[in-house]
Design a protein around this ligand. Sequence first.
Ligand SMILES: [Zn+2]
Length: 463
Amino acid sequence: MKKSFQASAISDQRARKLTLDRLRQHPHAPKWRAQGEDRVQADDLAWLDSFSRQLTRSRKGWGPGKPSESVLEWIEKARVTTPYHRARIPSHVRLPEDWHDLPTMTREDVALHPEHMVPDDADLKRMLVYRTAGTTGHAILVPHHARAVASYQPMMEHVLRRYGIRPRFTAQSVACFLICSQRQTVTWAATLSYWKGAGFAKVNLNPSEWPTKESPQKYISELAPQFLTGDPFSYSDLLRLEVPVRPSAMFTTAVAMRPGLKRRLVEQFACPIIDWFSLIETGPIGYACPQGDAYHIMPHDIHVEVLDENEHPVPPGVRGEITVTGGRNPCLPLIRYRTRDWGTLDFTPCSCGDPMPRIIGLEGRTPMNFRTADGSLVNSADLSRILREFPLVQHEFRQKADLTCEITIRPITSVAVDEEQIRTALQKALGNLPIELRQDPELGNELHTGKVISYQSELMVND
Ligand SMILES: [Zn+2]
């Protein structure tokens, strides 16, 4: 018995290696910009299994008000161990009574003080630092943890099951491709421990990344990932390239998908398009209910509330800013983190059977495409990649109908920035279009009255 177990473990290892080689060395493979590995350890696997069970067992409805006992317990620990929370939450604040007196936190807080966000007892050897793609906002650094990153997998599996899809992961198969379409982005191929060694790759559809013109079609269809994740622009490129792939589902960053594009994706790929509401800082927050126009809250270990401009909770049905507490990233404990996405909360039971509350009318940030002087497209993530090299907290970039651009920047306090250097770097990507640049040290401070919109375009973008 033991012998056959060992033999099967060895053959799984071998299969995993073969899958990785197939992903990396396929004759039509794209350029790989990084060596990927999931850094999941043996004890993480047990933790992920338990998290997966809790995703089902701990799903229950809740009403408006204070977080659950387990989230409160988690906050009590985080407020003591995390320098940022220690400095901001007065010791006289008692939970749950004073829940609504807890200060909220923003993306700017994480951008300015990522080092203060990491608890004293965090295992730094296991910390990863993620940089947000900057598709919809200024790119920031986010302290993360391999276990928290891998927790996306049980959550995706849970959602796939909600859509009637039961993926089978083996070391011989490819689980998922993350499809991007940018001038430049980090790409890699890996195998995923939690999914039994099944393959994963992040690919960029930009033609300059592939050996031949037909390579994206050949590579993606021959590797046959079971499902895809991507943003609307990447998916619209996948349509344009007519990639003959048959995924069982396509996850998409929820808020930006227009109905026209969604219809065309369903026609072409004949699978559900699953809207997914997730930020790197918070992890997945919600997924689109299979039966309706709303997002069920995804994991059981977060508390979601909707706040008005004065940080007060609004009654169910009234719009406000979606604010998240909790999660499972041991390197970034979030207490009342304002997501900059807006919607209303609905606590009434849903006919689909998921007891978790729903976010209705989710309105978030739309990724933007811009055009160069010669008409070619530039993804907002490309501009973020340029801007992140400068010491900025926030920016607002806008392209007008006549193609000229303007940008307002908020530099990190007391750091001088070279405006000319920023302008030149942006112009290089935008084909030397005129760019008007100004500085505003207060940009983002008036979040309540004037939400920062990192990217805006007056150009028409077709579905
Ligand atoms: Zn539902």
